[in-house]
Ligand binder design. Structure first.
Ligand code: 5GP
Length: 131
């Protein structure tokens, strides 16, 4: 099956990328549950999050902290919520979601934002991540 996130890693399809290092990539979810909904992925192609080796898992959590701080600074939200689902895309990923209310964590409701809005959010998060 096509790994859509590998295509993003390889720049075969576009994405609003907020962070990249040698092991991880973070980009805006194309159908966010709230503005700023970000996905963090390892560059290694593994479907199930808990099949990642322990070192990658640990590094990914530490990386998610850095991205979440950038999201928090951008949106001044109460918390950044984290979820691992993976029922749709078979490439391990974490959802990082700006939260002000429990309703913000609703994966049955997706929105679409205009390109200029996604671009603005992307640049703001990127600029707020301490590398
Ligand atoms: P899950 O697999 O965790 O259930 O959900 C996968 C998430 O990836 C969804 O929130 C969906 O909107 C997002 N997604 C699916 N395809 C793409 C894509 O091509 N680009 C981006 N940026 N997000 C995607």
């Amino acid at each position: 099956m096509t790994d859509i996130f590998l295509k993003i890693i390889n720049r075969e399809i576009p994405a609003y990328i907020v962070y990249e290092d040698s092991d991880f990539l973070a980009f805006l979810d194309i159908n966010p549950v709230v503005p700023g909904h970000t996905l963090l992925i390892p560059k290694v192609c593994i479907d199930y999050f808990y099949d990642l080796d322990n070192q990658t898992l640990s590094n990914m959590i530490i990386c998610s902290k850095k991205i979440s701080e950038g999201i928090q600074k951008t949106f001044h939200c109460k918390k950044v919520g984290t979820a691992v689902i993976g029922l749709d895309v078979k490439h391990a990923h974490m959802h990082l979601i700006p939260l002000n209310a429990v309703e913000d964590f609703n994966f049955s409701k997706h929105i679409q934002l205009p390109q200029h809005e996604m671009m603005k959010i992307c640049n703001n998060i990127k600029n707020n991540i301490n590398t």
